[in-house]
Write a protein that binds this ligand. Sequence first.
Ligand code: PLP
Length: 421
Amino acid sequence: MKQKKEAIKSKNPVTRRSFIAATAGIGSLSLSSKLSLAEILKSNNNPLNVDQLHGWGEAPGVAGIGYNENPFGPSPRALRAINEAVMDVNRYDFGAYTKLEKAVGEHLGLTREKVDVVPGREDFAPSGYPVYVEGGSGFILNQIVMNYGIKWNSSNPTGEIMEIDPGYGGVSRAAISLRDLMGAEVKIRRVPATTDLKHDLKAMLGAITNKTTLIVITNPNNPTGTILSYDEIKHFVDAVPKNIMILIDEAYIHFVREENYQTAVKLAQEHKNVIVTRTFSKMYGMAGLRVGYAVGDPLIMKELRTLGNSLGVGSINCYAAIAALKDEAYVRHVNRLTNASKDYFYEELDNLDLNYIPSHSSFVLVDVKQNGGVLARKLRAKNIKVRAYGNEIIENYVRFTIGTLDEMQAMVGVLSREIKG
Ligand SMILES: Cc1ncc(COP(=O)(O)O)c(C=O)c1O
């Protein structure tokens, strides 16, 4: 903390002002009523260099904008919960996991089934909500592949899994590992995105065969940042045969900029073959804690829970996640800061004459007019962590996670030198 305070002190006045405005009293960004943070940055002609950066949870002198982490850290309420829970870790906390399921159920307004509680065994009673919590949503994706992506009911396990290209690919990677490890016959269909890099739902429907077991919709999609509307997803779900599981991965849903945007959670409640997954790693800034959850049909959730480990999420992580869910002001705060950094970046990309995919997420995919992998390596050599994909469709693109204003400013300085040569 001391180091962080010193780093703040050493910053130039405008950046310091924007930092104070950004962090003073969560939910109150008084300066922004007169001047947006993006405007403040634009007027700042003395930005930090990369070696002056000191980001939350990142080594000094590094712009941590490669892994879609939240650069602003967790909610102060989550940090307080972590502090409070830390002294009790010598005990099993059998109830923590269920409390988190309940908090998720209440947060999403889900219907609770009545549960029988044995007196004296309250800590062991299920929450009654159609929710499943695990150590990161990535792990839940793997479990969904294991359970619904592959049919194990013969000596020759088979499956056919469909995912957008370019997409996150977590489900495809899990399927490939299982295919190699267990000898399962799993086919992976990567369906190319539309020209504006959205899910091509028509092509995905057309690619369904009588062997298809699992379809993934990542919404917003990673790495493109594009979204589908609720109605588009609903029509798709209605058209897919009911024996096929549909996984809707909403890891980045909190960043969607459209007003009144509707999530697919309702579809997961209405359809037995729809599961929605979410994570505390992105908006809630707790990637290192490893907490994610799934919502869906109560029986499907029970199956996943049976395969999982009811004590697989530590008590500290559970209490931090519960506190984070309750801190709605923090979500608004992170969105305000993310959007300010993103709008600043968009303007600078326009100045550099670089095209980008308008993003509904915490990252932006940029057409860098050269091999993305080569540029990403050059940026990484200058301590700017970014991601490129060895993918034909986006060969000339680099994905930039939206960082703090300081990180974005420092990165833009380096990027413009690389682009202009
Ligand atoms: C689309 C998407 N889904 C799932 C995950 C996994 O997140 P976690 O395992 O941290 O919950 C990620 C991580 O980057 C992601 O981008």
